[in-house]
Design a protein around this ligand. Structure first.
Ligand code: B12
Length: 259
């Protein structure tokens, strides 16, 4: 079964795929898999290489490449999911690459239904690095993951024993918000303030100021560049203006826009 799925996935041009038994997936903060998909036995985890555009000085071009990749990974999830349902007559559930996310409580916000980093580690696709991202042994840090939960009895692929991370500290120094200063923890607020300048926080602050503003001030606020960016984020969704811990990692970077 694994080989048929692997051949199908790689045949789609996806960079890599790994398998994890549900019992080997351990993410302390995330819900247990059985509560999401009763009877789930395994996960198929896919690896997508980010384009070099993540190095772009233009946040618009860097984010556009991520949107391309998210669209591609979503359609791959659907195609591989349908392949498994059709070929093995067995149900699947696809995992969001980023969102939708459960915002029903403060504790849940910032935690995916399935932690794709922990899933990737369980599927033998990499190991955590100093930046708390998973580093793939061939493609480095610049990868995103997607996953499909299945009821198929698939054994886990062998783990990556030695992390490809060299602990060089470039990611820590590159982070403009100091979000990686404490090893093993990403300070979510410090990261978000730099990486999502037009996210929820800015949106709420804008409307609080709007509520207290005079009619003339409101008019000016709605014509401001800040509002244009908030408006755009409203229909595009999460937009990252920072990729530094991800794009500046020197492990396996080819090709780079600097070469
Ligand atoms: C919410 C979220 C965020 C939040 C962070 C919340 C958080 N603390 O995890 C914010 C908005 C800050 C964020 C930022 C980024 N994200 Co993000 N994010 C997610 C999302 C949707 C959920 C993550 C989650 O569930 N976290 C909660 C749990 C899992 O975290 P945790 O158990 O507390 O683990 C933390 C630490 O304990 C540590 N950790 C846990 N175990 C271990 C073990 C070892 C050995 C070590 C060293 C560390 C370590 O890592 C975590 C970091 O705080 C995932 C997609 C998904 N569904 O997984 C993408 C995801 C993690 N993000 C990703 C990326 C690429 C980014 C950014 C680079 C942004 C960008 N421009 O793309 C930055 C990187 C920040 C960083 N260096 O950590 C990728 C990571 C790919 C990879 N190669 O690892 C993911 C997997 C999306 C994807 N589809 O591939 N993200």
């Amino acid at each position: 079964m694994k080989e048929r799925i692997r051949d199908y996935v790689l045949g789609l041009g996806i960079e890599d795929v790994g398998f994890a038994a549900a019992s080997d997936y351990q993410s302390p903060k995330s819900p247990i898999i059985d509560s999401l998909f009763p009877g789930a036995k395994s996960m198929v985890v896919m690896v997508f290489k980010e384009l070099s555009a993540c190095e772009s000085p233009s946040p618009q071009l860097a984010m556009n490449a991520r949107l391309d990749l998210m669209e591609y990974s979503r359609s791959a999830n659907y195609r591989v999911g349908r392949f498994i349902e059709r070929e093995f007559n067995s149900p699947v559930m696809t995992v969001p690459t980023s969102y939708p996310m459960d915002f029903s409580s403060r504790e849940k916000a910032g935690t995916g239904e399935v932690s794709l980093r922990h899933a990737a580690v369980a599927a033998g696709l990499g190991a955590f690095g100093r930046h708390n991202l998973v580093v793939h042994p061939r493609f480095g840090t610049r990868v995103i993951f997607s996953a499909i939960l299945t009821k198929l009895p698939l054994a886990s692929d062998p783990p990556v024993e030695n992390s490809p991370c060299t602990d060089c500290g470039i990611c820590v120094k590159a982070c403009p918000g100091g979000a990686l200063n404490v090893p093993g923890q990403t300070d979510m607020m410090k990261c978000i303030m730099n990486s999502q300048p037009y996210g929820l926080r800015t949106n709420i602050k804008f409307w609080m100021r709007f509520g207290e503003a005079s009619p003339d001030e409101r008019k000016a606020m709605l014509q401001s560049p800040e509002y244009m960016s908030i408006y755009q984020a409203g229909f595009i969704g999460f937009q990252y203006a920072c990729f530094r811990c991800y794009s500046q990692c020197p492990v396996c970077v080819t090709p780079s826009i600097g070469t």
